[in-house]
Design a protein around this ligand. Structure first.
Ligand SMILES: [Zn+2]
Ligand SMILES: [Zn+2]
Ligand SMILES: [Zn+2]
Ligand SMILES: [Zn+2]
Ligand SMILES: [Zn+2]
Ligand SMILES: [Zn+2]
Length: 367
């Protein structure tokens, strides 16, 4: 049987998934002690389809559930009511290699000829031979019974009943084989059961019931497989979306950083230009001041010289010398008096001005 689930489960969730996938061999291990579930461990199947060995189930303290005792599944932690836990029939001693068709001879139970059964009456829950089918259709009481031919592939006299082991004789009626399935009780039954405790219960030949359940479960499995594939697609898309979001974030970071760098570069250039301008202006001003300073110093020295000389000349007892050099002294005094001291031209200090608020505002609206 092709299983779409097996195909899609192969991929797993991948290393970035939220939870690691369950190992497939878990189906054959006890969920609690992780021992291989041999038939001797009496494996039990939980409603969540995980299995534990009987010992582990017994050792677990029963937790109080909604309806009495419940078992906490050691794998998925579903609360499993103890009443819903059953034997894991899949892992029971098969006696034959599993999957193999074990032939189950079926003979008509309606007559004493032990002839091979070719059909099955659903109402009587009896395999019938060709002769008995004819008789069945002649008799008024059984004329309306639903008689179905046993499958072509399961042609008598040797009828493969179910893949796997033959269920064996009925525990209540050891002379009868467990060849029927009571769908009301979900139990393997024999012909005698349907005359007794399962009277009026719907019954099916075992192989029909198996075939029907196979097709029902296969259809469900197919649907779940499709759904799982869709879920995987969504997960993949989500992961791609996550990656894209991370990429976008990285790219944005780079872009903003580049823009900030660009702005800083421009500001630095402007700052250097401003510093250059300020340097040039203040250099020129200093030069002018130094020139002025030199001129004033010269004039001051000249005045001091004339002052000193004239004072000495006036204090000198040589009146004749004073008279003879009076022209020179006079002209030097007049010249010194003519020198005007230029007042210091008022010059405001250089100032750096910028609109701090405007810059803050444009920085806030940057980008
Ligand atoms: Zn165990
Ligand atoms: Zn579970
Ligand atoms: Zn017969
Ligand atoms: Zn019948
Ligand atoms: Zn029985
Ligand atoms: Zn029944």
């Amino acid at each position: 049987m092709s299983s779409p689930l097996a195909a899609v489960l192969g991929n797993g969730l991948g290393p970035k998934g939220a939870e690691p996938p369950e190992p497939p061999e878990l189906l054959e291990l006890c969920g609690a002690c992780r021992q291989r579930l041999s038939p001797q461990r009496e494996p039990r199947l939980l409603p969540c389809l995980h299995s534990v060995c009987r010992q582990c189930l017994g050792a677990a303290p029963g937790a109080a559930g909604s309806d009495g005792q419940a078992f906490d599944c050691p794998v998925c932690h579903q609360q499993c009511p103890l009443g819903d836990i059953m034997e894991n029939f899949f892992l029971q001693d098969s006696g034959a290699s599993s999957g193999q068709l074990v032939p189950c001879p079926q003979s008509c139970t309606s007559c004493e000829d032990n002839a091979a059964a070719t059909s099955f009456c659903l109402e009587c829950a009896e395999p019938l031979c060709d002769t008995c089918v004819e008789a069945h259709q002649r008799v008024r009481y059984t004329r309306d019974h639903t008689v179905r031919a046993l499958g072509e592939s399961l042609s008598p006299p040797v009828t493969p009943c179910v893949p796997g082991p033959c269920p064996g004789p009925c525990p209540s009626h050891p002379s009868e084989q467990l060849a029927l399935f009571c769908s009301a009780c979900d139990a393997l039954t024999c012909r005698a059961c349907h005359l007794g405790s399962h009277r009026d219960h719907p019954s099916q030949p075992l192989e029909d019931a198996v075939r029907q359940q196979r097709s029902v479960l296969s259809a469900l499995l197919q649907r779940l497989g499709d759904k799982h594939a869709a879920l995987q697609r969504s997960t993949r898309e989500l992961r791609a979306g996550l990656r894209r979001a991370a990429d976008v974030q990285k790219r944005l970071q780079v872009e903003v950083k580049m823009a900030v760098l660009q702005v800083m570069k421009e500001l630095n250039r402007r700052g250097r230009a401003l510093l250059g301008d300020a340097q040039r202006v203040s250099d020129a001003r200093q030069q002018r001041l130094q020139c002025q300073h030199r001129a004033l110093s010269r004039a001051q020295r000249q005045q001091e010289h004339v002052l000193r000389f004239t004072t000495r000349a006036l204090d000198s007892p040589h009146g004749a010398a004073l008279l003879l050099s009076r022209r020179l002294i006079h002209s030097q005094l007049l010249r010194a008096l003519r020198v005007t001291v230029e007042p210091l031209e008022p010059q405001g200090d250089l100032k750096f001005q910028w609109d701090r608020l405007a810059w803050t505002r444009s920085a806030e609206s940057f980008g």
